[in-house]
Design a protein around this ligand. Sequence first.
Ligand code: ZN
Ligand code: ZN
Ligand code: ZN
Length: 308
Amino acid sequence: MIIFFNRRACQFKPESPPKYSGAAGVDKSTSKVGQLRLRPHEIDGRVTAENEVVMDQLTFLGTGTSTGVPMIGCSCSVCRSPNAKDKRMRSSVWIQAGGMSVVIDTSTDFRTQALAVGMTALDAVFFTHYHADHIHGIDDLRSFNFIHNRAIECYGGADALERIRGMFGYIFDGRPDTGGGKPRLELNAITAPVTVGGLTVEPIPVMHGELEVYGYRVNKTAYVTDCSRIPEPSLRRLEGLDCLILGALGIKSHPTHFTLEQALAAISTLAPKRAYLTHLNHNIGHDEVSANLPPNVFLAYDGLAIGI
Ligand SMILES: [Zn+2]
Ligand SMILES: [Zn+2]
Ligand SMILES: [Zn+2]
């Protein structure tokens, strides 16, 4: 991790209006970050002007389950909650580390999310799996084609990429673009760690019901979203973490997702220094559930940025 501290950063006021439309903030539980905010357009090549801040960081672009929260047509207390931390777009994270800017998944809300956090560069995309909530923002990668004037490298499991090829035939069928525009993407199937610039990302297979999907590990941080079982070999690859981000759908049992209780049990087994829960549904009220979590476990929320 590289940090350049400076005067302007110290002048950042916690009460300043967040850039993010929801509940933006920086996790106070990590002293590495404090109240500092990364300026993504200055990440490439670690070019920093005086008084700028650069650090390795992960930002939660969305922390909701496939419907998002609030859910269309629902009037439950969480869907009607005025708390910004109860507003959840579809799950995805943005990692700025090793001089690279990468996202894990392009959620249905990707465009809104990228605008909200001021994302102006993107080097690569890692897909966890092919479910709609994790990939339906894929067309908006076009903007990064325009910015960088090149194809965007995308990584994932072979099966997930094959499904994505089929679901987005207009992108991958090789037919000429007749004016509608399509993103330029390079799909790379991986089974082992891949290094993008100065960033090494390790795929970790986990089970999402009967479907094998990928979690990803970057240094001592791992992101494991849709998951109902972690196989033994993957458990070993998730040891020694500073930070585990784990999906916890809600309270009621579900065939393809950990419940809150099951996620807490997995966290207890893996014993990361701290953990964040994501992919949350409308049974999880932020304040109510947060009040009863173990001291090193937190509910993630949209716009939250943590040092990694
Ligand atoms: Zn999902
Ligand atoms: Zn609801
Ligand atoms: Zn899924």
